[in-house]
Design a protein around this ligand. Sequence first.
Ligand SMILES: NC(=O)C1=CN([C@@H]2O[C@H](COP(=O)(O)OP(=O)(O)OC[C@H]3O[C@@H](n4cnc5c(N)ncnc54)[C@H](O)[C@@H]3O)[C@@H](O)[C@H]2O)C=CC1
Ligand SMILES: O=C1[C@@H](O)[C@H](O)[C@@H](O)[C@H](O)[C@H]1O
Length: 351
Amino acid sequence: MAETSTAVESRPAAAVPAGAELRVAVLGVGVMGAFHVEGLSSRVRGARVTVVNDYAADRAEQVAASVPGARVEADPLAAIDAPDVDAVLIASPGPAHDEQVRACLARQLPVLCEKPLTTDIDSAYRIVQAEAELGRQLIQVGFMRRFDSEYVRLRQLVVSGELGNPLMLHCTHRNAGVPATFDSEMMIRDSVVHEVDVARFLLGEEIATVQVIKGAATRRAPEGFNDPMLVIFETESGRVVTDEIFVRTGVGYEVRTELVGELGSATIGLDHNVVRTGADGRWGGEITPGFIERFGAAYDRELQHWVNAARRGTIDGPGSWDGYAAVAVCEAGVEAVRTGERVTVTMGRRP
Ligand SMILES: NC(=O)C1=CN([C@@H]2O[C@H](COP(=O)(O)OP(=O)(O)OC[C@H]3O[C@@H](n4cnc5c(N)ncnc54)[C@H](O)[C@@H]3O)[C@@H](O)[C@H]2O)C=CC1
Ligand SMILES: O=C1[C@@H](O)[C@H](O)[C@@H](O)[C@H](O)[C@H]1O
């Protein structure tokens, strides 16, 4: 891994004038991007969407038409360069992130990039280096679980020491369905990447090794696909994290995390919606259909933090290093799927 270069002098922040709204370009307005456009336009204060871009022109037109004052820019790089843009939200697919994030850095624009930061370790590291050379933090990565009230509470339990030393983390990540092309690599880079960040966020240390057990596959998966899989991480200090990733359950969105400490354990994700209790002494809840329903409030909180910070010319959330660390673990995870071996995570030096 290449050595990092030293940060040069700090440049002036590209904050908007006091009291002015942050003018945002949104690149990629599929499921996630369209939800963020709605958030910026109606639920979040201090920002407005001025430019919309999508590979699919009709999609861009449709979303721009729903926002007063927004226009379409057909080329994502032209959208980033537009004079009426102070900040960029990237919600295009992962493989497009590298070029788009680098263009934002070149213009020194604050950027909220949906996870994953990029889809390979070298490009993610180059981004970390490029940002460090600017001498200021411009990149926030869309790990929205850090803004979810249940994850925040779990982190507080760790910090307060109420559970004692955290020993293990057990995660479940199930989606009702995904596109047919969503293979094992996507399951790691696009889905498991959330648990990688959750583990780093809750435990406050890096992941050292990754192992993947494939097991029996659901008949919903195309021939040759491994779904579900069990991913096992070991942290630098030797804590174990398990993650069941199952993206074609046909049921709903189930995201649960149990933290096991020396003094007790805590589980989140069991009762996000209505918990029904019956006279028969049984309990049960309703499963949210998808990530928007489960994490809607967290996405908006993430956006509000980003907007507030971007107006001041900084970030307030997971940054490029967090994005890079997660990509590095996923890179090892993809290798673990391919080889069946326990793979050591390789990470560059933090600038
Ligand atoms: N934080 C979270 O929980 C979630 C994050 N995501 C992330 O958001 C991003 C988008 O995912 P989805 O909205 O689910 O995908 P999607 O497929 O619904 O939307 C992607 C959109 O980007 C457009 N597009 C493709 N290439 C482009 C390019 N080069 N420039 C601009 N637009 C382009 C497509 O036409 C499409 O409209 C991904 O990075 C994904 O990992 C997605 C779902 C949930
Ligand atoms: O980020 C997300 C999607 O991109 C990913 O494909 C899903 O598996 C996750 O549950 C969702 O939160």
